[in-house]
Design a protein around this ligand. Structure first.
Ligand SMILES: [Fe+2]
Length: 180
């Protein structure tokens, strides 16, 4: 599967634009993290793009969120990839770098999007790490972006500042697609 195929598949299952953008943003960050770790950038991006595939089917039953995605994707995923998707909704323990990357990319994408929306220009282009860091520390800002989950990335050797930098730069690469 390539990126275009993953996006096509995503759009078959997800109809909300915001949610599609969320998935694309997580994909971009996953790609950036794969590069940082020397892992498979294409594959990691696809896992990011598909991680919430079941969201519209499971929103009233969060307990099955992620399990349903693994079911839908079946043998399109290997075991490591299945674990990453399951662990992003606490259905499996965090083990590999891929698991941690997805677990932390998910909330940071939301924090960045919220930080862009409060900018006067509403553009990611000029969003700085320093400003994102302030928003991170302000617990009332975008409270849904779980700070503890974001911090988990440190357990696989990426400092928070570096993670902010990678995430902003990665989302900038697809800023037009994201409308940011
Ligand atoms: Fe997500």
């Amino acid at each position: 599967m390539n990126r275009d195929e993953a996006i096509r598949l995503l759009k078959e299952h997800i109809k909300t634009d915001n949610l599609i953008n969320h998935c694309l943003a997580v994909g971009a960050i996953m790609k950036g993290l794969a590069k940082e770790f020397g892992e498979d950038e294409k594959r990691w991006e696809i896992i990011g793009i598909l991680h919430d595939l079941d969201y519209e089917y499971t929103k009233d039953d969060p307990e099955i969120h992620a399990k349903k995605t693994v079911e839908i994707l079946g043998d399109k995923l290997n075991d490591e990839e299945k674990n990453a998707i399951l662990s992003h909704n606490e259905h499996a323990p965090l083990k590999t770098k891929l698991d941690y990357a997805l677990y932390s990319a998910d909330p940071i994408s939301g924090l960045i999007t919220a930080a862009v929306y409060v900018r006067p220009d509403r553009k990611i282009e000029n969003l700085k790490v320093k400003s994102l860091k302030k928003k991170f520390k302000d617990k009332s800002f975008a409270a849904g972006a779980n700070r503890e989950n974001i911090k988990k990335i440190e357990e696989v050797g990426i400092e928070l500042n570096r993670f902010f930098e990678i995430s902003i730069e990665s989302m900038k690469e697809i800023s037009e697609e994201l409308g940011l």
